[in-house]
Design a protein. Structure first.
Length: 259
């Protein structure tokens, strides 16, 4: 199975880049959303194994890759749109699966992703998404006021689903299904509904691993690196976490647990 990692950032940060340079089993892409020149960091010799990518917004709009994270960042074209365009249109056949990761996702080491790839080698979507609990059916009118559904325009029939997509592994089949929607409707919709809903619409496969249950919207667990956190060695060693926006905490945790 050929698999890549795409880290989605506004601007690259050396803490995350240094972490990814240690990986040996994946091709690594850094999708930069900023329009600013980033060569001061991207041309450093120590990052020569990383693939830095910056795309023009108009290229996304021309292909219908827009509005994937408008709710989150209030931008018609975001790093997510660019990342999806890269792997569904620009290099659609290069990888069987791609891990898409936001830069406030923390995990201890590469092996966590490799373990998930071994456990779920063929699933089209691997993410924190409970398809039973988030289902919105054809006659489920009461659900329209829940969550963010009133703000999401979906142009295919229900059922709809939602989940935490801050880190998600997608197959080539799922990425091409997303491309179909973008080509057909000239837009996409909020990622937290997009990936699981398209997965269902095309009868693709999925997994909701326990290792991703700590990928949440907000969790006081991350407010402080408390003794409780440090004592939870098993969970830190096996789970992936969101949100942890302070990358210095990423570095501190890896220094503590990877001695």
């Amino acid at each position: 199975m050929s698999c890549a990692i795409c880290l989605i950032v506004l601007e690259p940060n050396e803490v995350y880049l240094d972490f990814l340079t240690k990986f040996s089993s994946y091709d690594i892409y850094i999708m930069i959303d900023s329009k600013k020149n980033q060569t001061a960091i991207t041309t450093k010799e120590k990052y020569k194994t990383l693939n830095f990518v910056q795309l023009f917004e108009q290229q996304c709009i021309n292909n219908g890759f827009q509005n994937v994270n408008y709710i989150g960042v209030k931008k018609v074209v975001s790093g997510w749109d660019k990342a999806l365009l890269l792997f569904s249109v620009i290099i659609p056949l290069k990888y069987d699966h791609v891990w898409f990761i936001e830069d406030d996702v923390f995990f201890l080491k590469e092996q966590l992703l490799k373990n998930l790839d071994v456990k779920y080698p063929n699933q089209d979507l691997v993410a924190n998404c409970d398809f039973d609990k988030t289902k919105v059916t054809k006659n489920d009118n009461n659900h329209s006021n829940d969550w963010l559904w009133p703000n999401i325009d979906i142009q295919i029939e229900k059922p709809y689903y939602a989940g935490m997509m801050c880190i998600a592994r997608m197959s080539r089949s799922l990425l091409q299904s997303i491309r179909w929607y973008a080509t057909t409707f000239k837009t996409l919709f909020f990622l937290e509904a997009l990936f699981p809903t398209i997965t269902s619409h095309f009868s693709l496969s999925y997994a909701n691993p326990i290792e991703l249950e700590t990928v949440t919207y907000r969790d006081i667990f991350f407010d402080e690196l408390s003794d409780t956190f440090y004592g939870d060695l098993d969970r830190v060693d096996t789970h992936i976490f969101h949100p942890m926006k302070d990358l210095n905490k990423h570095e501190e945790l890896r220094g503590r647990f990877l001695k």
